[in-house]
Design a protein around this ligand. Structure first.
Ligand code: URA
Length: 448
């Protein structure tokens, strides 16, 4: 096959035949096509796009570039959730054990953070002893035995995506809907799922800045997921403010455990007390589980499914399942529980205070994400080392009342100089107005 003609064809806006896309991906994965040719094709796709058939061919070719997880037959459906990423988005952590307790099998293959958005694996790496790199056989064994696993892609899973993603990152071709669809779905399809819920975020700190763009991405993923035999649904959620009241790797693990423990209805109604369970996080966890219950026909209506999921979360079962998962993946539970009991693990903790009284009208998740990344809690390059202890907690959320000198958030930093710069920048994330604003619902749309 002449790869140059394929690049030229896409450059001219022609439609590529599926077998040629497959061959290109096979050749690139095997090292037979140089990076510069793949980068040229990616740029041609960025400008010219791919139609549904081409996107399907690319996705399946990428999935088939490596191993696909094969699970034994079982009455428990295989399900997963994928989020396009945001600040404070720790939904996967409480969701996996909740789903296992609801009778699902959850092979949750997750990623690392890059830029301002956090990665599930980075959060889990802050747990003493916890292993996120597991061989396929262990992933399958653990899912069959305890119902859930959260780990990274093995070297043999979807290798084409690893190579292509690195090139996209270096060639300015990340924000292309067909390339994003193929990248996300190739990995999810390699889990052999029955159902998938997608959390497509939009807003200041999201990949997709507008709800309209998020809708386009969600529609493309839902259509392709269904075409590939996976019952796929998407929710569009607001990512202008952080999810929950904390952001930063270890702090998010703590809040996730809190979400598994604060199962009391009296805590759910409070919007104002920062030390209580985060209602928006719980809502997203419960709703993600509820959609999967409906998608797999375990529940007839979303309302009934929500009740089922909420009751299960409140039962304490998912908290125990979380411990089981930790132990199965090598965590030192005693050290973990000792760490959980600490108020902070960073050297410096500073309160960021309001300069006037009023109502929070904005809490900019992008600024908070940038501050955490610059504190060392995120990566500027794939090789950057992470400081798991830094972050922000007790975040005041839009719509809440704050008094003059009242707390906007607490900053966890590695040293006083860092803390000083970060605290000044964090203040700019908050806007305070005299009148209470109405807060838009977190979940804006359901697609599929
Ligand atoms: N997440 C992925 O896995 N791939 C993309 O292209 C974008 C987000």
């Amino acid at each position: 096959m002449n790869f140059l003609s394929l690049i030229e064809a896409k450059r001219e806006g022609k439609i590529l035949p599926p077998e040629q896309i497959r061959e290109f991906i096979r050749g690139f994965t095997a090292g037979k096509i140089p990076d510069y040719q793949m980068a040229a094709l990616l740029m041609a796709i960025y400008f010219r796009g791919l139609n549904a058939a081409e996107t399907a061919a690319l996705t399946l070719a990428m999935r088939d570039s490596g191993d696909v997880l094969k699970f034994p037959k079982d009455s428990r459906p295989l399900v997963d959730k994928h989020s396009t990423g945001g600040i404070g988005d720790k939904v996967s952590l409480p969701l996996a054990p909740l789903l296992a307790c609801l009778g699902f099998r959850v092979p949750m293959i997750s990623g690392r953070g890059l830029g301002i958005t956090g990665g599930t694996l980075d959060k889990l790496d802050s747990i003493p002893g916890f292993k996120t790199l597991l061989p396929a056989a262990q992933i399958i064994r653990q899912v069959q035995k305890i119902g859930c696993v959260i780990c990274g892609q093995t070297d043999k899973m979807v290798p084409a995506d690893k190579k292509i993603y690195a090139l996209r990152d270096a060639s300015g071709t990340v924000p292309s809907i067909p390339l994003i669809v193929a990248s996300i779905l190739s990995k999810k399809l390699a889990e052999s799922l029955d159902a998938l819920i997608l959390d497509v975020k939009f807003g200041r700190a999201a990949f997709m800045q507008t709800q309209a763009d998020a809708r386009k991405l969600a529609q493309a993923m839902v259509a392709l997921g269904k075409k590939c035999g996976v019952n796929t649904r998407a929710i569009l959620t607001d990512m202008n403010a952080p999810l929950g009241r904390v952001a930063g790797n270890w702090l998010e693990v703590k809040e996730s455990v809190e979400c598994l423990e604060t199962g009391r209805a009296d805590l759910l109604v409070s919007q104002t007390a920062p030390q209580r369970g985060p209602t928006d996080l719980r809502q997203l966890v419960v709703d993600s589980a509820a959609h999967l219950l409906v998608q797999t026909k375990k529940s007839k209506s979303l309302a009934a499914a929500r009740r089922l999921a909420e009751n299960c979360l409140n039962s304490g079962g998912p908290r125990q399942k979380w411990d089981e998962m930790l132990v199965a993946q090598g965590a030192d539970l005693k050290a973990f529980n000792q760490k959980l009991a600490l108020d902070a693990t960073a050297k410096i903790v500073v309160e960021v205070k309001a300069e006037k009284a009023g109502f929070i009208s904005q809490c900019d998740a992008r600024i908070i994400g940038e501050v955490i990344r610059d504190l060392g809690g995120g990566r500027l390059t794939k090789e950057s080392a992470i400081n798991y202890n830094v972050g922000v907690d007790q975040i005041a959320k839009p719509g809440e009342r704050v008094e003059k000198s009242g707390m906007l958030c607490r900053l966890h930093a590695a040293n006083p100089a860092q803390a000083k710069t970060a605290a000044a920048r964090l203040k700019t994330a908050f806007e305070i107005s005299a009148r209470k604003i109405s807060v838009r619902p977190l979940i804006q749309e359901i697609i599929g």
